[in-house]
Design a protein around this ligand. Structure first.
Ligand code: SAM
Length: 450
């Protein structure tokens, strides 16, 4: 029995609908992200692309997705644990945490606070139908992303019966009298009338709606080194709602084009090991930041030196960016693994050596990743000799986020001395828990002297 992502994406070929939505190209961008994420998280991705009721006027897709979810899973003989119903207007970030683990097996949804006027009018408009039930507006949810399980089957059966018995009334309300939504407000009434125990406190990052209204398409312009839009940086599930519908496909396409490599298993960052599995290497975020910063053509003419390459996981990313990489490691078994990791590229030179040995001659490079010894003295020594030997190289430091008088203090002291000029912080932030359960007290790493 697996968790299921139930993904409704039914094309309504009525010319009015096609014009209203500017076509349905956006389905594909949503689909790719969910397919990838589901595979990564051992979740079943179930597409709902053929309507149960062909009459899409009487049975709008918004209704069918909820009315027939249990019937369809049963008909397709799918054994489910929890079900996440997610609109095809949504894309999920490639490395979003598995939200099924956060549900406490309750009915999970997110509050809809985007347009209070709309919500108020919708609630008032449907009030009469629900016998003047006084809806608690603080628990009004968005029906585009809901997580539930077998315990909620009765609720969905009731919803289906209510709709089928009263569909003409609902059509009149949604098209003529209220004109504020289809399924969402009736679902809210029924949830509260049935006293369904809802969990509404999952982070909003899992249901970022109306992103334009929240300025989430912008980026921190003061941070000149990172133009990544806020929604990509901080969001987990991006809902392309609250915008002119005919712009949706275009915006989702742009997002896909920008990020599609992350959803590709053969993309190099997806093939190497990260800090969540091996405490000695850098995080996936660190590697992404390296890749984003150094993938410009000019770095192809430069050499990077990595002191302490461990098993070659970050080395392999450097090999993608720099013309040449020199990787030094003292431990032979690590070095063998590093060579294996980089066997598909021919621009990495490996050196087996103790970098603090008297006979070790520091190779020259344009950029250096200092990551061998981790005592305060060793880090100071490494920074000083790199600057002396190479002039003013780009210096990349890992482990700045760790507590203790080690790397962090050494870097801070060198900055105070004026030898290191911060270009940008990289990697995971304060609060990140590595695979050895140590918690970062600041950003994982930094790039200096660019
Ligand atoms: C934190 S890991 C480096 C992680 C690697 N840079 C990465 O991003 O995946 C430190 C590595 O430095 C190596 N090391 C420690 N002291 C060293 C020394 N004196 N000379 C060479 N390598 C050393 C260790 O064996 C270990 O593999």
């Amino acid at each position: 029995m697996k968790n299921v992502v139930w993904w409704p994406a039914i094309k309504n070929n009525d010319p009015i609908a096609v014009e209203k939505y500017g076509g349905f190209d956006y389905f594909e961008y949503s689909r790719q992200t969910w397919k990838y994420w589901c595979k990564q998280n051992d979740v079943l991705f179930v597409e709902f692309t053929e309507p149960v009721e062909p009459d899409l006027y009487r049975y709008r897709v918004n209704w069918q997705k909820a009315l027939f979810v249990f019937d369809e899973l049963e008909r397709r003989n799918i054994k489910y644990d929890q079900i996440a119903l997610i609109d095809s207007t949504a894309m999920i970030k490639w490395n979003a945490p598995n939200f099924f683990e956060l549900t406490d097996r309750k009915f999970v949804a997110w509050r809809d606070l985007d347009n209070m006027r709309w919500t108020h009018d919708s609630i008032t408009g449907y009030k009469e139908f629900f016998g003047d039930f006084k809806l608690d507006t603080t628990k009004y949810i968005n029906s585009g992303f809901m997580i539930f399980n077998e315990l909620h089957r009765d609720f969905f059966d009731n919803l289906k019966k209510m709709y089928i018995d009263n569909k003409n009334d609902f059509i009149r309300l949604q098209d003529r009298d209220v004109r504020k939504g289809n399924d969402q407000t009736p679902i809210n009434y029924l949830l509260q009338i049935n006293e369904i125990d809802m969990k509404l406190d999952l982070p909003i990052t899992y249901n970022l709606t109306h992103m334009g209204r929240k300025e989430l398409f912008s980026h921190n312009w003061q941070l000149k080194t990172d133009p990544t839009p806020f929604f990509i940086k901080y969001g987990n599930v991006w809902r392309f709602t609250g915008m002119p519908k005919d712009q949706r496909s275009d915006l989702m396409k742009q997002t896909w084009e920008l990020l599609k490599h992350h959803y590709d298993k053969t993309f190099i960052i997806n093939k190497v090991q990260n800090k969540n599995k091996d405490k000695s290497t850098t995080s996936s975020k660190f590697k992404e930041d390296i890749y984003r910063t150094f993938r410009e053509q000019k770095y192809k003419n430069m050499t990077l030196l990595e002191l302490g390459c461990h098993q070659g996981n970050t080395t392999r990313i450097y090999a993608e960016c720099f013309g040449k990489v020199i990787a030094v490691e003292r431990d032979e078994s690590n070095l063998m693994k590093a060579k294996e990791m980089c066997k598909d590229v021919n621009n990495v030179e490996f050196i087996c050596a103790d970098v603090y040995d008297r006979d070790f001659k520091l190779p020259k490079a344009d950029a250096v990743h200092i990551d061998a010894g981790h005592t305060y003295e060793q880090v100071i020594y490494d920074i000083d000799r790199c600057i002396e030997t190479m002039g003013n190289p780009i210096i990349i430091m890992d482990d700045y986020g760790h507590e203790g008088k080690t790397v962090r203090n050494a870097i801070n002291d060198k900055m105070t001395e004026g030898k290191l000029q911060l270009f940008t912080h990289i990697g995971e932030d304060r609060g990140y828990v590595a695979s050895n359960d140590k918690v970062f007290i600041g950003r994982e790493g930094l790039i200096c002297n660019v």
